[in-house]
Ligand binder design. Sequence first.
Ligand code: LER
Ligand code: MN
Length: 268
Amino acid sequence: MKISLAIAKEAGKNAPIVLRGSYTENIKKAAKMGYDAVEIHVNDPKTLDIHEIQKTCEENNITVSTIGTGMGYTVDGLSFTDQDSVVRQKAVERIFEHIQVAKELNAKVIVGSMRGKVPNTSEYDKYEGYALDCFKAVMENAEKQGVIITLEAINRYETNFINNVYEGIRFIEKVGSEYLKLHIDTFHMNIEEKDLTESIKLARAALGHVHFADSNRWYPGAGHLDFEAIISELKEINYSGVIAFECLPLPTQEEAALKGFEHVKQYM
Ligand code: LER
Ligand code: MN
């Protein structure tokens, strides 16, 4: 398993992004702290200087694991369940752009907040149908480009659409693409899952990406989650992918990155 750190040029005060500011500076910082990879969160992927990022990664022996796309929803309001087909189309096109960048960086693309919400649960099937159509278009593109997409289960206070591992697996089965994987996040799991280790077992073959944050969304070790048990279960299912720290930059960005790393490393 590799450890990655969420970085972004700009992020809201309450966004769970650890290092904020220059991508190149933060890639260097993460590498120096011992991270294997960074997870780049970006709204418009066209703004990224891919060659600069690739060069910095090569020089510092670090990789880009994943592209976080949630700002497409939180900043630009794009989602796969929007009532307006024009907005859904824009959301799909935004993910196409992320896929292009991810291909160049040999990274995966996360679809978390951009799957959207179901505004009216009595019409659940209609909105799920919108999301399925969007995912089918996204997966056709992702398969052509050879890029893995990860669908994140997100807690009920942020969305009412795909909150847990069971729902994530069911939806992935409906999409039916080998390139679509499940993405779990320990912060969301602590709210939604009955038993975190049982849910990791259930995710098993479908699992494509993992976010670590503690129960309070601080760095691992700052709350009450049992990361020893979580890591042990990830080993048990032979998960060989990436664990990205997606936590609040508290008490400071550097302390969150360093202390989380230290806490998790002891169980790896
Ligand atoms: C995105 O990875 C996530 O976990 C969301 O909760 C971000 O707000
Ligand atoms: Mn997450």
